[in-house]
Ligand binder design. Structure first.
Ligand code: BG6
Length: 510
């Protein structure tokens, strides 16, 4: 890619200076939404505060509201004050706010998009955004076709000079099954070439997730045992304690598997199970992720190897909470699952015979995301049976959040005259090892969009392969009645426990 602003004296690998985005602007569709206020606007401020945005950076909001630029500015201000990670600095804010613009209109309104094109052109003149613009579609996917067509019609989708760029950023859901994902990709690729489409999976923006690559490929210690000879199984858990109040519009009919397993958990699986890439260039990384996703299949029969649940009312954190069917906006007969667990196999020499158990749920015991690589038992234990009664299986646990870090579990002798072995843990914790706090996933990802750095964004093929993996489960559930109820604050439906106990294993209690 040509970057007219590239500094010939600056080596991109030089870690002393951070990489700063070149002249550019961002247009957000759906500025009034939750994501925009809670994540995008604060992340933009945090980037500005860290000095990572160009001086003339501009932010354009597009929405139906009858707002002036100042009203939009006020909304951003409140979002930043409430949700930004870094301290508020008047000077940074004032400078950033000079680049705010608002365009009022609906998605089918040609005049509004012509106005948007004018606004963007003005910013190029006034603030030196140099024709480089990213369009963030923080809107329901049903609106993607009309918006991308409008961007094409108004000339916004294509740069007018080879040095300039136009990019589109989209959020899941990327369809609701393989067929709809293909259709969606076609709609996007009709207007934006694949290398200018940035699909957000915010899990890839998390430090702890990127650290999986460092853990596996920068160390000698783990890779030799990272395979079917030593690993018994892998558990990938994303548990949340929150319920779905206020999210019926998005969630009802979608459910936990589509919301979380199709994207976040399969990406975590890909990074855990993939082979070493030949380099960390985007293409090399993508090649390995695609290979592993291609090799991943559901283990059946789904009636035994998957589990589905829906939370019931109960007590959580000392508070009485409603069940899903009592949450505002949900169909009283909704069969949407709020808990999903599936069993996968990765058909490669490295992983043959090692099940990967993935689970996610709302209103569970606590909020935690982790990847646990559980090792086989030692083939022989030269102790009395009673000495190792309390010894579990060794495990390496990547703690994605909260309390980010890595835990190694192994057996150790209990002090005393007898030989008794019990599980102990060795911990690495980000909070202790590093003084800097990790940036929010959206800071990293938004900056990467502006830098044109695609490594942390799943491509079309990954999205489609993930649907291919999940589709058989969704199909089975469609005809398998209702999800099983589980009381809020517990660890999911009984079926999930049975799913593991059938194989002689059990879920970790994170
Ligand atoms: C989103 C899901 O992708 O991730 C939400 O749509 C979920 O349902 C959220 O709550 C969780 O993100 P995080 O970063 O808090 O784990």
């Amino acid at each position: 890619m040509t970057r007219s602003w590239a500094n010939p004296l600056r080596d991109e690998r030089d870690k002393r200076l951070p990489r700063i985005a070149g002249p550019c602007g961002l247009v957000i569709f759906g500025v009034t939404g939750d994501l925009s206020r809670k994540k995008l606007m604060p992340a933009i401020y945090d980037l500005a505060n860290r000095g990572l945005l160009p001086p003339g950076f501009s932010l354009v909001g597009f929405a139906r509201r009858e707002w002036e630029d100042q009203d939009f500015g006020q909304v951003v201000y409140e979002a930043v004050k409430q949700h930004a990670r870094t301290p508020f600095r008047e000077q940074v804010w004032d400078r950033l706010a000079e680049g705010f613009r608002f365009v009022q209109g609906t998605f089918d309104d040609d005049t509004a998009f012509d106005k948007l094109a004018e606004t963007v052109a003005e910013l190029d003149e006034l603030r030196g955004t140099s024709g480089n613009h990213a369009f963030y579609l923080s809107i329901p996917p049903g609106a993607f076709p009309v918006v991308t067509q409008q961007l094409a019609r108004s000339g916004l989708a294509k740069p007018t000079h080879p040095d300039q760029w136009r990019r589109v950023v989209i959020e899941k859901p990327f369809g609701h099954d393989l067929a709809s994902a293909r259709q969606l990709n076609k709609v996007l690729n009709d207007v934006f070439p694949e290398d200018s489409v940035f699909r957000i999976d915010h899990y890839l923006g998390k430090e702890t997730v990127q650290n999986l690559l460092a853990l596996r490929f920068a160390n000698q210690l783990f890779e030799p045992i990272w395979n079917a000879n030593y690993v018994d199984h892998v558990q990938i858990t994303m548990a949340e304690d929150i319920g779905l109040g206020g999210r019926a519009g998005y969630y009802d009919g979608i459910g936990a598997a589509r919301d979380v397993i199709q994207n976040h958990l399969l990406q975590l699986l890909a990074l855990t199970a993939m082979e070493e890439p030949v380099s960390f260039r985007p293409k090399a990384l993508r090649t390995e992720k695609i290979k592993v996703l291609e090799a991943t299949k559901v283990i059946g029969p789904c009636a035994e190897t998957t589990a589905r649940g829906q939370y019931l009312g109960g007590w959580q954190g000392g508070q009485k909470v409603p069940g899903l069917l009592e949450e505002a906006g949900f169909d009283k007969n909704s069969t949407t699952e709020t808990y999903a667990a599936i069993t996968l196999e990765v058909n490669t020499r490295r992983w043959a015979g090692v099940p990967f158990f993935l689970r996610t749920g709302k209103r569970l015991g606590r909020r935690v995301t982790e990847i646990a690589v559980v090792f086989k038992r030692a083939p022989h234990l030269p102790f009395d049976d009673t000495a190792t009664e309390e010894l579990g299986q060794n495990a390496l646990v990547v703690r994605v959040q909260p309390d980010e870090g890595v835990t190694l579990r192994f057996g150790s002798k209990v002090p005393g005259n007898q030989m008794e072995v019990r599980d102990v843990s060795m911990d690495f914790s980000y909070g202790h090892a590093f003084t800097e706090s990790s940036p929010e996933a959206y800071e990293r990802l938004l900056l990467d969009v502006l830098l044109g750095e695609p490594s942390l964004f799943p491509v079309n093929e990954e999205v489609e392969l993930s649907w291919e993996i999940l589709d058989p489960v969704l199909k089975h559930w469609q005809t398998a009645g209702k999800p099983e109820g589980y009381p809020a604050g517990t660890w999911g439906p009984e079926a999930a426990d049975k799913m593991l106990s059938r194989t002689g294993r059990h879920w970790r209690r994170p």
